[in-house]
Design a protein around this ligand. Sequence first.
Ligand SMILES: O=C(O)[C@H]1O[C@H](OP(=O)(O)OP(=O)(O)OC[C@H]2O[C@@H](n3ccc(=O)[nH]c3=O)[C@H](O)[C@@H]2O)[C@H](O)[C@@H](O)[C@H]1O
Length: 432
Amino acid sequence: MPSLEDGEMFLPSTPGKFKDKSITMHRQFYRCFASTSTMFLWALFLVALTAAYLSFQSFVDSGSRYFSTAWGGIQWEKQVRASAQIRRHNGVSVLVTGAAGFVGSHVSLALKKRGDGVVGLDNFNSYYDPSLKRDRRNLLSSQNIFVVEGDINDARMLAKLFEIVAFTHLMHLAAQAGVRYAMENPQSYVHSNIAGLVTLLEACKTADPQPAVVWASSSSVYGLNEKAPFSESDRTDRPASLYAATKKAGEEITHTYNHIYGLSITGLRFFTVYGPWGRPDMAYFSFTRNILQGKPITIYKGKNHVDLARDFTYIDDIVKGCIGSLDSAKKSTGSGGKKRAAAQYRIFNLGNTSPVTVPMMVGILEKQLKVKAKKHMLEMPGNGDVPFTHANISSARKEFGYKPTTDLQTGLRKFVRWYLSYYGYDHGKSVK
Ligand SMILES: O=C(O)[C@H]1O[C@H](OP(=O)(O)OP(=O)(O)OC[C@H]2O[C@@H](n3ccc(=O)[nH]c3=O)[C@H](O)[C@@H]2O)[C@H](O)[C@@H](O)[C@H]1O
């Protein structure tokens, strides 16, 4: 059977004298038309492909611009390398995320002081006044610690950092903190505490060598647990806030990276950390500001008017716990993204072991500030708060000799001294 050529099927079957000639002409015309249209379609396809590629490139570029323009370049690499230099025998090289944050800045300084290499990373977001973060950064910079301005969700920046420096450890302290703010901005918790964590672990998994990971979980994972004091083996499947849920998820996520890729993981459950250079969103800090400014403070009460209590833990004790866990962490066991052997997975409470009620904390502040607080009592709203926290720290004590030594009175005295020297005495009118 003769086969139909392109266009043939569209030919009219016109009978008559000129049929053959006209058929030939039509055939030529349609062949020509068909090949032109095929070429046109190919050209269109190529144009579309190029356009798609270009817009993808610009998406990638604008993505990295979105994260930060503040990284990259020869000078930047030089600063990273210099900051990562180890200056003691058997020292370590640590990437500290959240280095311009409260705990991150203290841990960075302590590591640097003993001669370890430290590179900081922080996105300087505006959850609370970024000028406090910039001042912490300046303090770090005065000790030759370079803080990279970037987001833990920026995979390209992280890959670059691990390419430049063979970090032995990751101290991951960047997070969206705050229990009650999770009701206002839930997505920010997912962005930093879940997506950011995964991006970071992906970078660690492929890094060669893989760093050992120490990271900040939270006492809030105990949620509605009523058994006191809280032990690491207690239930953590009833979080009371989205913040707690993201920290609990972090514990599970890090476990999978430990299991599949051989990352050494140590999760630290911090208990309401306070002290100089602290977080302005926390109660002891905002109460101090309000008391000095003559503004009222709101003190939440639990069910049946029970006082809420926290196992407030002083920053220097937390720093010792962070460094103890870092020093006792075993190496990761994977390489090239593959696990070679079972790796260490640990979780520790880092608390103070002596809960203090919120009204007692306010009483200490009043004494230190020599000003009476205007107290406004309010029944605890359903905002994610838990009635009390109390740490059992025997695991951390056994594993690396963790022993908190600062009571709330001493710690708040140091905090108030810092607060007044930082903000001045003029009752916070110049508060940054
Ligand atoms: O251990 C943690 O894992 C968490 O600790 C911290 O959370 P919390 O223990 O909730 O600290 P914080 O806000 O200072 O409230 C302290 C007390 O004051 C009460 N409180 C608070 C505010 C207020 O206006 N009134 C009040 O009574 C309040 O009800 C509570 O009883 C960190 O912020 C968090 O990021 C996380 O790290």
